[in-house]
Design a protein around this ligand. Sequence first.
Ligand code: G6P
Length: 555
Amino acid sequence: YDRQDQRLPKQRLLVVANRLPVSAVRQGKDSWQLEISVGGLVSALLGLKEFDARWIGWAGVNVPDETGQEALTKALAEKKCIPVFLDEDTVHQYYNGYCNNIIWPLFHYLGLPQEDRLSTTRSFQSQFDAYKKANQMFANVVHENYEEGDVVWCHDYHLMFLPRCLKEKNSNIKVGWFLHTPFPSSEIHRMLPSRRDLLESVLAADLVGFHTYDYARHFVSACTRILGLEGTPEGVENQGKLTRVAAFPIGIDSDRFIRALELPQVQDHIKELKERFAGRKVMLGVDRLDMIKGIPQKILAFEEFLEENPEWRDKVVLLQIAVPTRTDVPEYQKLSSQVHEIVGRINGRFGTLTAVPIHHLDRSLDFHALCALYAVTVLWLSKCSSIMASTVLQEHANACIMTGPQEDAQTVIFRWVWEGKANFRLISILTLLVFYPDVALITSLRDGMNLVSYEFVACQALKKGVLILSEFAGAAQSLGAGALLVNPWNIAEVAASISQALNMPADEREKMHQHNFMHVTTHTSQEWAATFVSELNDTIIEAQLRTRQVPLLPV
Ligand code: G6P
């Protein structure tokens, strides 16, 4: 039975994630503008051409009125997207609260927020109740759209309760759940007051997937230690039901990057940029402005490098793109001020009248001040964005994602970047391609995978730039042999790695690049998704055979 055979109908796949691949901006009573959402999951799943996929998720906007909901549902249907409408209070308690203030930091080993530890468990409990309520709302939308035989693929820490909600109503639904963050050691997970509930709910799925073997192992040992369930090499057994647990490392659509690099116009722009940057090496960081990304630690390491290596002071620039995210959560607001303060101090210390060592792009800085400070960078970005934008927008258009009114591509990108609305992946694509850096500096304190490192590698066929990568990013397990691995908490070690990267001989760079390039181009997002879904189908057939629901083939 070969699904690739064009004569067979494609299998229907319901992808359920907190965010839809598009977010909606209201234009009038009945009219909506759709924009591409932030996040690596979107770009990974856009390549799911083998399946007849529909996406169910939150549209990222509060729509209290029925007319608005109807109009938006209709607009999204054209993109094969189905919205879940969450009211403001639910979003606040579920998304800002339980997801991003509790699970996210805990799963990245940053502990539980102080106020929840100190206050009564009431606020914690009400956020957990909102989390369950939101997950039930997602489940209701799945049930409304479900057809027999569909595969339902639930994504990420926002929806750990969903497998249980789905199976409670219909035990025949094929359910997979995939976590895009790390799953922490059981000693960390057990801190959660709702630790049992979450584990039991995830175990309702047929297949549970993680980016790395370690995350899968942590999950199984949490089930053993917290729930007392037996872990087997296949997964976890609970009252005769086996939940398969395995690692499925995600990848990127590497061809998309490689193809764009081959365009003669892109080559011309790169040449131009090289001339402009002549005599200076470019180091690049592209992250969401999130505490897990270790941006302050990275900048401090760069400062230490400049301090220890005065000969490099006007010969290297760090371009840090920090895309604002989850700005309603206080921890994120604090981080933003902290980063600005450090960047300002270092630029004051090592900058000259004509150059600063750190270019930090963040929308919360005043636009005119930024223009003055980053004039040269802005000029390059705007000049180069035209061709890049049209390539990337074309890709997105191919994937049936609208970018809103047809504006000149350069204007769109320029506006998105400076208004901070740009799609994170789009910015990283542009930056990686346009600036063509010598070194990428990825110093996450913890990271489920980190696809920026993959994108960087895909764009380095000629330059063979060096990847400095945190050992706490999932990507370290696949790209470790072709990168300089660092402990991001050890500022001196990161500073020394910057020096090593900038001085690395060409043959060594080539060797490291080859290793990573091979991996990135052979472990793609399409393959990741196809493997997960096929494993889910197999898991269900095996389970049916075990319980003899499927007739054995005639001999
Ligand atoms: C991480 C999560 C995704 C999430 C993305 C952006 O990559 O694993 O599920 O979509 O961050 O975060 P946001 O809160 O803006 O959706």
